[in-house]
Design a binder for this molecule. Structure first.
Ligand code: PMP
Length: 401
C-alpha cells in the first residue's frame, strides 16, 4: 500500500482549467479569454522593449549569481516603494517604510498574511471583497488569518455595491484587516470612484480597520502609475498605516520572473528596523532569499530615467490597447442589437471585464463558438484584438439572444 493511497484528488484550478480546455480545442477560431496575461495586437505574449534593454545591460554587467539578502535587492525595494507611495510620501521620507522583495504579488500577499498572523496585535480576521481574486482566500487562510467577506459587486447594475460595502465595513469588528484592490479590481474591473475612496478612507479610520492594499496593476489600469496609486497614496496621506503587496508581473510583463514587493508603513525608523528584523524571520524559513533576475530587470528600469520613461510609455500602450478593445466591443455589441445594457464594458478598468454572461452562456460559448472564459463570465480584455473581436462580439450576441 502506498503512503499516499488516502490522498483525495483536489479540484482543478478554475482559471488554469480554462487554458487546458482551450488547448484541446482544434478549431482555428478559438479564443482564450481566461488567462490574465497581456497579449499584443496579434494575440502574442509581449516582452517590453524597456525590459529587453534592462536585461541586456544585466547580461553584460552582472554575471555573478550570489545570493541576495533575505529581503532582496535593496535598491529595487527602495525604488518599488517610491513607485507605489510616491516620492513625497511622508513615511518614505522619514525612512519608516519596511519593505522586502517578494515572489511577485502572490508572495507579497503571503508574506503579509504570515506577518499579520504573527504580529498583528488585534483579532486576526481579514475582510475580502465578494468576489475577489480566487487566490486571496487560500493565501490568507493558509497564512493563518480568518477570512471574511464584504459586499462589493452588484449583479443588478453590474457595478459597485457601494452601500453594501460601506454597511459591511461598518459592521466589521474594530481593528479588523480589510483587503483593498488598489486599482483594476480582479475579477470585476470595477473600482470605487475618487470620492468613494475618500469616504472609504474616512470610514476605515473611524472604525480603526487596518487597510491591506493589493496593487497588482499599477499603471496597467489607467496608463498612469500615479493615477493608479491614488487610493494607496490618499490613505497614507490621511495618516493610515497600511500594508501593501506589489507585483511587477503585469506592468512590466515580468510574469514568470516572479518580481514583487511587500511593505508596511511604520511609526519611525526605529520601529521600521524592528519590523524589518521580523520580516526576515518570517521569510528565511519560507524560501531563504528571493530570486535575483527579475529584481535586477525591474530595478534597471526604475533607476534609469531613459528606461523609466520608455517603460511608462509601454505601460500606457498596453492600457490604451485594452481601453480601445473595450470601446470596440461595446460598439460592436450595440451594432449587433445585442439584448442588454453593455455600458459596463467601457466603464470597467484594467485587464478584466465582468461581462454579466451567465454560466450556461459561457458554456455555450465554449461548446459552440470555441470561446473560453471563466464560468463567472470574466474575460481578459487583453485576449481580444483586431483579428478576433468581431467574431467574439458576434458569438456573445448569439449566446445572449
Ligand atoms: N493580486 C491580484 C488581484 C491579481 O490579479 C494577481 C494576478 N492575477 C496577483 C495578486 C498576483 O499575481 P502575481 O503573483 O503573478 O504577481
Amino acid at each position: 500500500l502506498s503512503v499516499w493511497s488516502a490522498v483525495p484528488s483536489g479540484p482543478p484550478d478554475p482559471i488554469l482549467g480554462v487554458t487546458e480546455a482551450f488547448k484541446a480545442d482544434k478549431d482555428p477560431r478559438k479564443i482564450n479569454l481566461g488567462v490574465g496575461a497581456y497579449r499584443d495586437g496579434n494575440g502574442k505574449p509581449y516582452v517590453l522593449s524597456s525590459v529587453k534593454k534592462s536585461e541586456e545591460r544585466i547580461l553584460t554587467s552582472h554575471p555573478e549569481k550570489e545570493y541576495l539578502p533575505i529581503t532582496g535587492l535593496g535598491s529595487f525595494t527602495q525604488n518599488a516603494a517610491k513607485l507605489a507611495y510616491g516620492e513625497d510620501s511622508a513615511p518614505l521620507k522619514a525612512g519608516a517604510v519596511a519593505v522586502t522583495q517578494s515572489i511577485s504579488g502572490t508572495g507579497a500577499l503571503r508574506i503579509g498574511g504570515a506577518f499579520l498572523a504573527r504580529h498583528y496585535p488585534n483579532a486576526k480576521s481579514i475582510y475580502l471583497p465578494t468576489p475577489s481574486w480566487g487566490n486571496h482566500t487560500p493565501i490568507f487562510r493558509d497564512s493563518g488569518l480568518e477570512v471574511r467577506q464584504y459586499r462589493y459587486f452588484d449583479k443588478e447594475t453590474v457595478g459597485l455595491d457601494f452601500a453594501g460595502m460601506v454597511a459591511d465595513l461598518k459592521a466589521a469588528p474594530e481593528n479588523a484587516i480589510v483587503l483593498l484592490h488598489a486599482c483594476a479590481h480582479n475579477p470585476t474591473g470595477i473600482d470605487p470612484t475618487v470620492e468613494q475612496w475618500k469616504e472609504l478612507s474616512d470610514l476605515i479610520q473611524e472604525k480603526k480597520l487596518f487597510p491591506f492594499f493589493d496593487m497588482a496593476y499599477q499603471g496597467f489600469a489607467s496608463g498612469s502609475t500615479s493615477r493608479d496609486a491614488f487610493a494607496l497614496r490618499h490613505f497614507v496621506s490621511q495618516g493610515h498605516q497600511v500594508a501593501l503587496a506589489q507585483s511587477f508581473a503585469k506592468n512590466m510583463g515580468l510574469y514568470g520572473e516572479r518580481c514583487g514587493a511587500f511593505s508596511l508603513t511604520t511609526a519611525d525608523a526605529e520601529e521600521k528596523a524592528r519590523v524589518d528584523s521580523q520580516l526576515k524571520i518570517v521569510i528565511r524559513p519560507m524560501y531563504s532569499n528571493p530570486p535575483m533576475h527579475g529584481a535586477l530587470i525591474a530595478n534597471g528600469i526604475l533607476s534609469d530615467p531613459a528606461l523609466y520613461s520608455e517603460w511608462e510609455g509601454e505601460v500606457k500602450g498596453m492600457a490604451d490597447r485594452i481601453i480601445s478593445m473595450r470601446e470596440k466591443l461595446y460598439t460592436t455589441l450595440n451594432d449587433l442589437n445585442t439584448p442588454g445594457e453593455w455600458g459596463h464594458i467601457k466603464s470597467q478598468i484594467g485587464m478584466f471585464s465582468f461581462t454579466g454572461l451567465t454560466k450556461p452562456q459561457t458554456q455555450a460559448l465554449a461548446e459552440k463558438a470555441h470561446v473560453y472564459m471563466t464560468a463567472d463570465g470574466r474575460i481578459s480584455m487583453a485576449g481580444l484584438n483586431g483579428n478576433n473581436i468581431d467574431y467574439f462580439s458576434e458569438s456573445v450576441s448569439k449566446a445572449v439572444k
